[in-house]
Design a protein around this ligand. Sequence first.
Ligand code: GLY
Ligand code: MN
Ligand code: MN
Length: 490
Amino acid sequence: MKFFPKAVVQFVLFFGLTAILIAQDVKYIEYDTDLIAPSAYKARREKLMQQMGNDAVAVFYSAPERNRNNDIDYEYRQDDNFYYLTGFTEPNAILVLIPKGISVQSTQDTAKMVTVKEILFVQSRNPQFEQWTGRRYGAAGAIKLRGLEHAMTNQNFKTMLPVISSSVKAKTWYVPAFRPDFTGPIAQLVQPLRTMLDLSQPLNSTVERKDTTTEVKDPTPMVRKMRIIKSPEEIELLTKATKITALAHIQAMMSCEPGMTEYQIQGLYEYVFRTMGSEYAGYPCIVGAAENSVILHYNTNRRPLKDGELLLNDCAAEYHGYSSDVTRTFPVNGKFSKRQREIYQIVYDAQNAAIAMIKPGVKWREEVSAKADSVIKEGLFKLGLIKDKSGMEFRKFYMHGLGHAVGLDVHDVGQPVLEAGMLYTVEPGIYISEGMEGVNPEYYNIGVRIEDVVLVTPDGNKVLSADAPREMSAIEELMKKKGIGNQPLK
Ligand code: GLY
Ligand code: MN
Ligand code: MN
C-alpha cells in the first residue's frame, strides 16, 4: 500500500475537485416506469456496508465492453453484482463504498464539505459522444436518477483513490477478482487501484502482496449471498420475465409446422420478448429439432423442421436484468408419436413429482432432485432403456442437474436448502442420441426437456411459467390454433 503525502490529499479534497462538482444538467431519460426504486439499491449498499464494518473500503467495477468484430461491440450487459448494488447500466463506472465515510465537497453547495459513504464514478457527459452513442447519466444523473449519495466522473477515480486511502486507512479493501476478460477502458480506469494494492496478478487468495498490513478480499461472496433470497420487487421482475417467456412459448406452439426452420422459431421467441418489453433473451435461444433436440445447449438453430420430429425450445426473456428460463418440447406436426409420448410422459412425471415437493426447508439435491431421478430411472427401466435402476445407468440419458436458481444470472446463486423467496428451475430431461448402444432405433433423436420456473412461497410453491402448457393433450390442443409466426412475410 502506498500512502500519499498529506498536503496532496488536502489539496485534492479542498480545491482539486471543484471543477467536476459544478452541477450539470441531467439529460439522461429513464423511460421504463417499473425499474426497481433507487432506494432499494441504496438499502442493498447499506446492508453490504454493515457487513463490511467500518474498517473497510469496497470497490466494484462495471463489466467491460466486449468487441464483436472490427469496430462493433456486443450489446452491453452490466455486471450482475454491480447492477445489483446500483441499478446502473452504463459501462466504465466504478462504485466505491466507504462505511466510515469521507469528507467531500457538497454537490449542492460547493462551499460546504459533506461526509459521504458511497461514490459512483461514471462516464463524463460529452455532447459529441452522446450524439453518437446516446445520452449519459453523468455524475448529476447518477445522483438524481439512481439515488447515489455522491458521484463524480471516472477520470477522478485516480485522484480520489489516494484521498480515500489516506483518509480511511482501511484495514481491508474489498476488490472483486479480475477475470481474464477484464480489459479495455474500464481495466485502465481500475489500474491505479491494482497498482496501489499491489494487485499485479489476478486477485486470488494465494497472491502474495508486498504490503501485508492491508488485507484484500473478494466481496463477491457477500453480495452473492445477498442475492439468494429475492425481494418482492425482484420477484415481480422475474414474474414479468417469465410471463413474457410463457407467451412466446404459446406462440411457438401455435405457429410451428413442418417446413419452418429452427431460426424462424427463434425469431418468433425474440419477437415476442422484445414486443413485450424484454431487453434481451436471458441466454442464446436453444431451438433444436430431432438430432439437435438431444444437444443440451444447441443454439446454431439452422435446421429445417420436418414432419414427425420433436422440437425442443429452451428460450427465455430477460427483463430489467432478471432472466427467466423455460423449456417446452413439442412435436413439429402438432401430434406426439407413440415413442415421443412415452419419453415425454416420464419427463413430465419426474417434473411434477419434483415440483410437488418444493417448499421451504426441503433439500434441493437430496430430496427434490433425488425424487426426479427415481421417477426417470423407473420410467427408463420400464421401457427397457436401462437394465439397472439402482445405479447411474440413467445418466446416459439424463446428464444434467434438475435445475438451478434464476435471478440476475440465468444460473443464479442458490443454496442447498430451499427458502421462501427463492426461484428455482425444475428441468428434468431425457436425451436419446442416434446410434446409442442397446437402444431401439425408434427412440433415436428424441430429446425432451420440460423446464419451469418455480417460486418457493412460505407454504409451498408457485409455478410462474404455468401459462405455457406442458401437458401433452393441452399442447396438442393449442397447436391446432394458428400463431403469429407462420404467416408469410410477403
Ligand atoms: N437455459 C439453460 C438452462 O436451462 O440451464
Ligand atoms: Mn435452466
Ligand atoms: Mn433452460
